[in-house]
Design a protein around this ligand. Structure first.
Ligand code: GDP
Length: 200
């Protein structure tokens, strides 16, 4: 898919305040610092579209970016940022769970996982929650440039092995790097294919 236009549309503090449109949405989520903003900027080819920040988990908003006037890339807040207080964590979970469970336009949730790390319980719990609730999702491994190709394969295999202990069917996954742009075409083509199958 060629990205012709990518425009910031709106930030919403709650799922029920998101734009009232029928365009398909592809939402990106992951733990703080996973590389979400960098990935969004890399995919859209706009270096400042999503705010990259050294302050992890700063934003608590749902950000909509209109892509090619035909679909939305949605930037969800990072989850599992332990330094937050319980009240703020509850608020954050409320926001995320309402969006992923109730947003009719959500076509696919892209769950970002740092490819360097062993499977983390917080991510596994979140994936479990998605599975239990029938939320369509894929896994997008990030920061692939930080390790060798061999290591990438080994880590992904390990991740899938852990998932297969709980899941009969494994989710599609992509290996990406915001730095080398690895995985860009594959992920955009995946989105394009889904869009073509629903926008007839
Ligand atoms: P976010 O908090 O999930 O939005 O993460 P950011 O996009 O702000 O990235 C967090 C840190 O990881 C920043 O220092 C980025 O420069 C770095 N980073 C993100 N993606 C990559 C990548 O693909 N490769 C490398 N080498 N660094 C990355």
């Amino acid at each position: 898919m060629i990205i012709k236009t990518a425009e910031f549309q709106i930030s919403s503090p709650r799922a029920d305040m998101c734009p009232a449109t029928s365009l398909p949405e592809y939402a990106f989520i992951g733990r703080s610092n996973v590389g979400k903003s960098s990935l969004i900027n890399m995919l859209t080819g706009k270096s400042k579209l999503a705010m990259t920040s050294s302050t992890p988990g700063k934003t608590m908003l749902i950000n909509h970016f209109l892509i090619n006037s035909s679909w939305y890339l949605v930037d969800l807040p990072g989850y599992g940022f332990a330094q937050r207080g319980k009240r703020e964590m509850d608020k954050l979970w409320n926001l995320i769970s309402h969006y992923v469970l109730e947003r009719q336009q959500l076509t696919c949730l892209c769950v970002l996982i740092d490819i360097r790390h062993e499977p983390q319980q917080k991510d596994l719990d979140f994936l479990e929650f998605l599975g239990e609730n029938g939320v369509p999702f894929i896994i997008v491994f990030t920061k692939a440039d930080k390790i060798s190709k061999t290591r990438q394969q080994a880590n992904v295999e390990e991740y899938m092995t852990v998932l297969s202990e709980r899941w009969e069917e494994l989710p599609p996954y992509f290996i990406t790097s915001a730095q080398s742009r690895q995985g860009r075409e594959e992920l955009l083509d995946y989105i394009d294919k889904i869009n073509k199958s629903i926008i007839l």
